[in-house]
Design a protein around this ligand. Structure first.
Ligand SMILES: Nc1ncnc2c1ncn2[C@@H]1O[C@H](COP(=O)(O)OP(=O)(O)OP(=O)(O)O)[C@@H](O)[C@H]1O
Ligand SMILES: [Mg+2]
Length: 458
């Protein structure tokens, strides 16, 4: 990036000398002799200086008013001021408006050079951050949730609407792979908190002993091994969103503590006395049926009700099979680009198999299947032989009193579980209690799995 500089200076000689100097140092430099000229440059849209070097008092006014307008308009760039006689009130206002530095005339060009080079580094770093955030905003607009089915439209509309609501807590439900993580990112990046942090925690991934300190932070010596003070993830999400994935795995006592943070908007670090205010939007997700978990005392009813004031349940892929038509080309394009393939044609036989399959792993499973097929493709045709859709094979093979399951890597443990449940249900003529007895399990546990695998009637 060529460093760019706008000099606002009414003393023509000084202005020209500075312009020559910084051009020699490799800067792109423009010169303005009045505030009006500077305004034209800044708002003109074709020159976006990384640094503005401005005299304080100009023929048509005070440059701080220009800075104030520029900040209000959200124009990027660092500002450095030069002035004939340092006036304290001015410098206070300049710093309040976020000016980077304040130099007195006569300026020493060597020192000015140092200051401006530091300024351009800050400006560029900041622009990178803004560009990155802008990229995420595009990537996670509600449209990122793809699909043309009625169910997809509804989910997308809900996402767009919820992103506009200043909710403090929200719960996303839906089977594994239905896009809960994607939805959480959309809610953050399409919402008012997009410029704040998005912090993600997977409650299932952290061991019990660590999760409390991770979430709430700790003071030095709060527990053995707590070296120094640490801000927890909730505090780190301040001004933004905390995404609590797999909230169903959070231990009960921490559920109580979390509810308190949501309600009080404040917390105490472990081993700390001080109450710290936190301004966080909580998005929680679970692929477990939390209502069942509440009934079985594995999830706190009060937290469940607090989280589900706003609730979004994402549909399983088999309830929106039409969307396979949009999702497959999307994923093909993605893996073509990643792996340098050129798959362009999906044979009818492949479409037929994709449409007939039940997709227990939902969109994630579809994406993985497309990845495998694109990576193994030899030409522009989507290869049918690598589909390997397990359950597309004839229904569970029950023989005698048992069930036969292939151990050739074609079935995941979850697929096997699904087949077992399916077989038991078939054997029990669809009666869940009967099937539970065959699996030496409880009716509740089985009902949970029937729902999870979408084996219920209808
Ligand atoms: N509607 C959709 N459009 C495009 N991509 C999607 C859609 N739904 C899900 N995906 C993609 O599918 C993959 C799985 O989604 P995600 O990780 O959000 O699922 P999940 O519901 O969080 O699953 P789990 O419960 O297992 O954590 C991701 O790569 C995600 O981007
Ligand atoms: Mg997830």
């Amino acid at each position: 990036m060529t460093p760019s500089l706008l000099i606002v200076e009414d003393e023509a000689l000084l202005g020209q000398e500075l312009q020559r100097h910084f051009r020699r140092e490799g800067w792109e430099v423009r010169l303005a002799a009045t505030l009006a000229e500077a305004r034209t440059q800044l708002w003109g849209g074709e020159f976006e200086p990384a640094v503005v070097l401005s005299d304080m008092n100009l023929p048509d006014g005070n440059a701080l008013d220009l800075l104030e307008d520029a900040r209000e308009a959200g124009l990027p760039g660092e500002w450095v001021f030069v002035t004939g006689y340092g006036s304290v009130p001015d410098s206070v206002r300049a710093l309040k408006l976020g000016a980077l530095d304040f130099l007195e005339k006569p300026v020493d060009v060597g020192r000015l050079s140092l200051v401006l080079n530091a300024a351009v580094r800050t400006a560029h770093a900041e622009r990178r951050l803004t560009d990155q955030a802008a990229g995420e905003e595009k990537r996670y607009a509600p449209q990122a949730y793809a699909g043309d089915s009625a169910a997809a439209h509804e989910a997308r509309d809900m996402l767009a609407r919820l992103a506009q609501v200043p909710f403090s807590a929200l719960l996303i439900g839906g089977e594994t792979g239905t896009g809960k993580g994607l939805a959480a990112r959309i809610l953050h990046y399409a919402g008012a908190r997009r410029r704040g942090p998005l912090v993600e925690v997977n409650c299932a991934a952290l061991p019990r002993e660590l999760i409390e300190g991770e979430l709430f932070g700790h003071e030095a010596g709060a527990f053995t091994g707590a070296k120094g003070r640490r801000r927890g993830l909730i505090e780190q999400a301040s001004g933004g969103t905390l995404f609590l994935d797999e909230i169903g795995e959070l231990p009960l006592d921490l559920q109580v503590k979390l509810l308190k943070v949501i309600e009080d908007k404040s917390l105490r670090r472990l081993g700390g006395e001080r109450v710290i205010a936190v301004d966080v939007q909580f998005v929680a997700a679970s692929n477990r049926d939390l209502e069942t978990e509440v009934r079985e005392n594995r999830f706190r009813a009060d937290l469940f009700h607090r989280l589900s004031v706003f609730r979004l349940v994402l549909p399983p892929l088999r309830a929106r099979r039409d969307d396979i038509r949009q999702l497959v080309p999307l994923f093909i394009r993605e893996y073509n680009a990643k792996a340098g393939r050129r798959v362009a044609r999906v044979p009818d036989a492949v479409w037929a198999k994709l449409a007939a399959y039940d997709w227990p792993g939902n969109v994630r499973e579809l994406r993985n299947v497309v990845e495998r097929c694109v990576l193994l493709a030899e030409d522009e045709i989507f290869p049918e032989r690598w589909l390997q859709l397990s359950a597309a094979a004839p229904a569970p093979a029950a023989s005698g009193d048992g069930v036969w399951l292939p151990l050739d890597g074609s079935l995941s443990l979850e697929d096997m579980e699904r087949r077992l449940v399916e077989a038991a249900l078939t054997r029990a003529d669809g009666n869940v209690t009967g099937a539970a007895r065959l699996l030496k399990s409880t009716r509740e546990t089985l009902r949970y799995r029937v729902e999870k695998f979408g084996l219920g009637k209808g």
